[in-house]
Design a protein around this ligand. Structure first.
Ligand code: 5AD
Ligand code: SF4
Length: 482
């Protein structure tokens, strides 16, 4: 009988190529999918031409993100023609939103898997091969606020984490909530990611403890409205985000804890006090305002007024010295006049955000805004408002970064900067490293790769709007308020 191992050949591992677009939630989903597939004999490749399986983890928050995926699917059609054995998968939010449409537009796709079904990717890949037919796994349609949408994927702690897919070996995302119940009128997320559910705190703490044991120094807690976190145990006790932070803070090995993204109405005093009082907490909050105009906020169904947002900003700054806040804005939302847009400019000026993510309104089929209102702001006007708001924000970034020159701040080192990574093979000696202050400001300094994961004091020598540059001062005293 022929011995299959006669030439000492190990069975060839299947090669997996994965591209992820969208938010941190998607990055974490990809990490979990890859972990599971690695465990089943796949290995990662960065070369799409070498891959046996090509996966796209998609986003549907804006049209642009979807267009990118459809054009990538168009480009890889030739790969499938030349190598029909290659499997192609579309995962995540766009899979949930477009479902069978994807197979119509790109018949060479083998699997379509929504965010609630990602635990089934390997099973669906195998079934598509076996049946020689595309497979689709998506959650039930969700109508405004109903709870029939099952989103159980990876709900519980999945120990098969994939370090190579983490942002860096020392940083990890931890999902504490899934879905969203806010139903902002422009947003597709509640219908593709399902209802808001908070994870039991014990599972979260256990996951964070295991990550810390693997060498993770910083965890970022994820949720669409992360500060709405609430878990009621059968004995009637409620764990709030502030309670959870206290428990996570006790985990040895962790040095920094962040949470994103927050909803203005739920920025309670107990949470702000926890950020102030727990030394491992990053003094950074991401609280999207979306608009500075009450009429627009009402049309967006954001559930707060500009006055409430202003009051929240005042409470944040009163409670947490040296805190940095970032925000999101949508420009060109239906009915946004020049006057309403100017109110967004004023809000950015008053709030002095560390940074703002600014988006042009992109109508999404299936949302309230798309049903109720006309997308009446011309693309050129959206673009101009985007640039104008960005210019105001950039000026604030420049002004607020400048006073850092001469100060010594403590950073958590993330690793070689992008340019340093490219040049790493060219020689030894010091390289450009990056890290972040407690307030999430990016700092670049000359150091060495072994410093990744360390807390280091760095004296700032130069400031640009987005980046601080500095030198390591090993003996310097470290100031707070970075
Ligand atoms: N068009 C433009 N931007 C959007 N966002 C969400 N939905 C849309 C949309 N339809 C933005 C919001 C949100 C961020 C993640 O994406 O600002 O905070
Ligand atoms: Fe979308 Fe609003 Fe939920 Fe954020 S809070 S995910 S913008 S519906």
């Amino acid at each position: 009988m022929a011995d299959p191992m006669a030439h000492n050949e190990l069975p060839q591992k299947k090669k997996l190529y994965i591209e992820t677009v969208g938010c941190q939630m998607n990055m974490l989903d990809s990490e979990l999918v890859v972990a599971k597939l690695r465990n089943e004999g796949y290995e990662l490749t960065l070369d799409i031409g070498q891959a046996d399986t090509i996966l796209y983890n998609t986003c549907s928050v804006r049209q642009h993100a979807e267009d990118k995926i459809y054009s990538a699917l168009g480009r890889i059609k030739t790969i499938k023609q030349q190598k029909p054995e290659v499997s192609i998968g579309v995962l995540g939010c766009m899979a949930q939103k477009d479902q069978g449409q994807i197979l119509k537009r790109a018949p060479h796709v083998d699997i379509v898997v929504g965010p609630g079904q990602l635990g089934r990717v390997s099973e669906l890949l195998a079934k598509a091969k076996e049946d020689r037919a595309p497979q689709m796994a998506v959650s039930l349609a969700r109508t405004g606020g109903s709870r029939d949408h099952v989103t159980e994927s990876f709900a519980e702690y999945d120990p098969l984490r994939e370090p190579a897919m983490r942002p860096t070996p020392h940083q990890a995302f931890v999902r504490i909530m899934m879905g969203c119940d806010k139903f902002c009128t422009y947003c597709i997320v509640p219908s593709v990611r399902g209802p808001e559910q908070s994870r039991p705190p014990d599972g979260i703490v256990e996951e964070a403890r295991q990550l810390a044991e693997q060498g993770v120094k910083e965890i970022t807690l994820l949720g669409q409205t992360v500060n709405s976190y609430k878990f009621k145990t059968p004995d009637g006790r409620t764990t709030r985000l502030s309670d959870l932070l206290e428990r996570l803070h006790d985990i040895p090995g962790l040095v920094r804890i962040k949470f994103i993204t927050s909803f203005p109405n739920d920025m309670t005093d107990d949470l702000l006090q926890a950020v102030r009082d727990l030394p491992k907490m990053s003094r950074y909050l991401h609280v999207p305002a979306q608009s500075g105009c009450d009429e627009i906020l009402k049309r967006m169904k954001r559930l707060y007024t500009v006055a409430l947002y202003d009051d929240m900003m005042a409470r944040i700054h009163e409670t947490i010295p040296g805190v940095a806040v970032s925000s999101d804005f949508i420009v060109g939302f239906c009915g946004e006049t020049e006057k309403s847009f100017e109110k967004s400019i004023r809000l950015v000026e008053r709030s002095r955000f560390k940074n703002s993510f600014i988006f042009k309104y992109s109508p999404r089929t299936g949302t309230k805004a798309d049903d109720l209102y006309a997308d009446d702001i011309p693309e050129g006007v959206k673009k101009r408002r985007n640039n104008d708001l960005l210019a105001v924000q950039n000026a604030i970034c420049a002004e607020d970064n400048r006073p850092f020159v001469g100060r010594t701040v403590e950073i958590l080192v993330e690793g070689p900067s992008k340019t340093a990574q490219r040049h790493a093979s060219e020689g030894f000696g010091p390289i450009q490293m990056t890290g972040r202050t407690s307030c999430d400001r990016i700092v670049v300094y000359e150091g060495n790769a072994r410093q990744a994961g360390e807390l280091l004091p760095v004296t700032i020598t130069e400031a640009t709007p987005m980046t601080l540059f500095g030198e390591v001062m090993t003996t310097a005293l470290v100031g707070i308020g970075a």
